[in-house]
Design a protein around this ligand. Structure first.
Ligand code: ADP
Length: 441
């Protein structure tokens, strides 16, 4: 038995013995016993009242002081309340830390009861899913997320996979929502913004569709001619030459497409190669101007080159050649015969610029922001007829990105266009300040 209890038993025995002794001496044993036991009960009642008061005051203030069994009870109570307070402080600290971590998360997090009522949510839940805490506490989740697919998902109880829904806040945002039951009656809802992923997926699908479409036409033409040739026993040499010329054109078209695709994929996927060759841009442009003359051929464009002879670039010679040639090639292809094409390479505030200005068709304003998208063309038939793949300006954009440079496009339909590559000062080198005289072809 507990020692405190033994003590109480001995006190009771003592009271009984003293009552018997004094009772025998005074002849009033019951009165003496009643006084003794009465005092004993009063003392216990006092301690009981102290305990009751202490409990009523929500255990604030010092624990009552007493000896004997009550002392033990009070000590035990004191220890367990202290331990409970320590645990409570620990839990509240953990909860505060969990809530601040969840509040800082970019993903939406909400705690929902099994009945679908909102209990808690972080700020991202407000932004992404329109669940605002504390205003929406106790609201039914389905009143806020009214997507029928989500309602079905919530009611199905099958939460192994997330579900994608449109954000009720803005339709342009797509959220992947997953529910995880926890505890006895609660569920954790996590919502992640997957808009960028979905856009990338869309770009990938469009890209595959575009490449297939681009390859299908020349392949169909080639296949058709091969079939015709197979069926004809006797074919006139001039007819054969005509067929072979078309087949050659179509295979060249496929070759150009594959080459451009490979260039783009190299630019997009490979880590920046040595981009710190000193590129003698004026010399490079002199070579490209000659190529422009060849490209122009019968069309006899007036092609001029004006270049700051001492101005060089730090970069990849191969990539810059590809970007500049694409711009020159476009100017030749989209400028009617006899038009003028001006190539300029000069210093400008905080860097240098290479500009190709033509007096060609020009481009309507609404097309300009899209020109560097893969396969974007203003006039598809015109582009194909002149040997375009729809990838040239994408290549230019990627090369410039890798050189911390940007492409500026100015154009006016019917008057011509200027495509300017703007390089930062960190990539330009000045050998001497002399400027070469304009030359014309
Ligand atoms: P493409 O192979 O079709 O020329 P690009 O990516 O090089 O592909 O160019 C995209 C589109 O931008 C072209 O189809 C054309 O409509 C337009 N474009 C590019 N350069 C010029 C230019 N100098 N003048 C007029 N339009 C141009």
């Amino acid at each position: 038995m507990h020692p405190g209890l033994w003590r109480e038993v001995w006190i009771l025995v003592g009271i009984a013995a003293a009552s018997l002794l004094f009772g025998a001496l005074t002849g009033r044993p019951f009165l003496i016993a009643a006084i003794g036991f009465g005092l004993y009960i009063v003392i216990h009642l006092r301690h009981l009242r102290q305990l009751h008061r202490w409990l009523q005051d929500h255990q604030s203030g010092d624990i009552p002081d007493a000896g004997g069994l009550w002392g033990d009870v009070f000590d035990e109570l004191y220890r367990s309340t202290k331990e409970a307070r320590r645990r409570e402080a620990l839990l509240s600290d953990m909860l505060t830390r969990f809530q601040s971590a969840a509040s800082a998360m970019p993903d939406a997090v909400a705690i929902v009861s099994r009945e679908g009522e909102i209990e808690w949510a972080n700020p991202a839940a407000g932004r992404l899913l329109g669940i605002r805490y504390p205003q929406d506490t106790g609201m039914r989740l389905l009143n806020l997320l009214r997507d029928p697919d989500f309602a079905q998902y919530l009611q199905s109880g099958e939460y192994a996979e997330p579900i994608e829904i449109e954000s009720p806040e803005t339709h342009e945002i797509h959220i992947s929502v997953q529910i995880t039951p926890f505890g006895s009656r609660q569920q954790l809802l996590i919502g992640r913004d997957v808009t960028r992923l979905m856009r990338l997926e869309q770009v990938r699908r469009n890209f595959v569709a575009n490449v297939s479409h681009e390859l299908r036409t020349p392949l169909t033409v080639l296949g058709g001619y091969v079939e015709t040739l197979l069926q004809i026993d006797m074919i006139k040499p001039e007819e054969l030459r005509k067929h072979l010329t078309i087949m050659h054109e179509q295979s060249a078209r496929m070759q150009r497409l594959v080459d451009d695709l490979l260039t783009l994929s190299r630019l997009e996927t490979s880590p920046p190669r040595i981009l710190d060759e000193t590129v003698d841009v004026p010399a490079l442009l002199a070579g490209l101007r000659e190529q422009a003359d060849i490209l122009s051929g019968e069309n006899r464009h007036v092609i001029t080159l004006e270049a700051d002879s001492g101005l060089r670039l730090l970069g990849s010679r191969e990539e810059l050649t590809s970007a500049f040639l694409n711009l020159i090639n476009n100017a030749v292809r989209y400028t009617p015969a006899g038009g003028t094409i001006r190539l300029t390479w000069r210093a400008r505030d905080n860097g240098a610029e290479f500009a190709v200005a033509d007096t060609g068709d020009g481009i309507a304003l609404e097309h300009i922001p899209h020109l560097t998208e893969r396969f974007y063309r203003v006039d598809t038939a015109r582009s194909r007829a002149s040997g375009g793949t729809g990838l040239g300006l994408s290549i230019v954009k990627h090369v410039l990105l890798r050189h911390e440079a940007r492409l500026e496009i100015e154009s006016e339909p019917g008057r011509g266009s200027t495509f300017t590559c703007v390089f930062p000062a960190a990539r330009t080198l000045h050998a001497d300040a002399s400027r070469s005289a304009p030359t014309a072809a």
